[in-house]
Design a protein around this ligand. Structure first.
Ligand SMILES: Nc1ncnc2c1ncn2[C@@H]1O[C@H](COP(=O)(O)OP(=O)(O)OP(=O)(O)O)[C@@H](O)[C@H]1O
Ligand SMILES: [Mg+2]
Length: 334
């Protein structure tokens, strides 16, 4: 490619992780080398409005992107690559990825199916089970279903498709379970009641398309009973221990399962896979995030930094991978 690569960074979004996305995107914009990249931003409001900007200046271009009269599709078609730095529903879940497929523009990260699958903790675990990958056990409830809990207490209750621990509770009694289920149903029509796993929480980064590689994993030490929203985002809320205080063999198991989960989930580009490791070394996959928290000091970036790929290089690599996938798929006939 001659000259600078034109990158459109998508940020904000309609989900409750809007602010987290703004922080992630600020880091990305600050780290994209201006000699190599010409960055524009498309900021999506909580109300779904899309605004085009080149930094400070912003211009409202559309109520929502699919409005055909707006200039946005043409604008997106003009960039070389789109970097969706959006977390949660309407960003990380395949919706935006579908739009980018329609616009035929290269973009960073998992495609439509991989994004939608990983967003849904219930569907994702079924696919992993099908691939023989150990996952946490759960029952799935839909609105109107009687509450079930075959696991005893405590249990974790979560909306099927959200992130950042929003809508998640740990329930220690039947009453708490009822409250937790009600809370989770505020966020989704599908809710998981999950067996409590006692053990060490470990996260592992994965990077690549056809030949994905795992980072060195990290151990999450939350300064709270569990890794809730404030432990995730408040100063001093957690400590990341790299490598985890586990045997080399267990660390290798985590890395292998991270890559297998990435492949089983049809991911591309990047993902962060979250695990529990029980005493004795049994490794369970908890979930996979296709657009993990992405500031320069987020877990994903720190894990790759520890693995020898500093943040600016990680961005270069992700953009290369996006271009490579688009080029590869442009050779297919439909
Ligand atoms: N089954 C479980 N047993 C023990 N702890 C759990 C369980 N499920 C969730 N947790 C705790 O809740 C946290 C959030 O759960 P989970 O990772 O499933 O949610 P999330 O909101 O999708 O997270 P992310 O911000 O990583 O996308 C976990 O990091 C862990 O501390
Ligand atoms: Mg998680």
């Amino acid at each position: 490619m001659n000259g600078r690569v034109r990158v459109a960074v998508l940020l904000g979004g309609r989900s409750s992780e809007h602010d987290i996305s703004l922080a992630s995107a600020r880091s990305v914009l600050a780290a994209l080398d201006p000699e190599r990249y010409d960055a524009v931003t498309v900021e999506i409001g909580r109300d779904g409005r899309w605004e085009l900007g080149t930094g400070a200046a912003k211009e409202t271009v559309a109520e929502t992107l699919p409005v055909p009269t707006a200039s946005v599709p043409a604008t997106l078609g003009e960039v070389d690559v789109v970097f969706p730095v959006l977390h949660g529903p309407f960003g990380e879940d395949g919706t935006v990825q579908g739009l980018l497929e329609l616009a035929d523009v290269p973009y960073v990260g998992a495609g439509v199916a991989g994004s939608a699958l990983a967003m849904d903790k219930d569907l994702f675990k079924s696919v992993l089970r099908d691939h023989g990958i150990p996952v946490t056990r759960n029952v799935t409830l839909r609105e109107g279903d009687a509450i079930q809990n075959p696991f005893g207490y405590p249990v974790f209750v979560k909306p099927a498709r959200l992130g950042s621990s929003v809508g998640i509770s740990k329930a220690a009694t039947e009453d708490e379970l009822a409250t937790a289920v009600e809370l989770a149903f505020n966020h989704d029509e599908k809710v998981l009641v999950e067996e409590f796993v006692e053990g060490v929480e470990v996260e592992c980064g994965v990077l690549g398309n056809r030949e994905p590689v795992a980072s060195i994993p990290g151990e999450i030490v939350a300064n709270a009973d569990w890794y809730d929203y404030s432990a995730k985002y408040d100063e001093g809320g957690m400590e990341l221990v790299v490598p985890p205080r586990l045997s080399d063999e267990t660390i290798a198991d985590v890395q292998e399962l991270a890559v297998r989960s990435f492949v089983a989930g049809e991911c591309e580009g990047m993902a962060r896979v979250d695990f529990f490791v029980r005493d004795g070394g049994e490794v369970l996959v908890n979930e996979l995030n296709t657009i993990p928290g992405f500031t320069a000091t987020s877990v994903y970036a720190k894990l790759f930094e520890a693995s020898g790929i500093p943040y600016p290089q990680l961005l270069d690599r992700l953009i290369e991978l996006a271009l490579e996938r688009h080029e590869r798929r442009s050779r297919l006939s439909y």
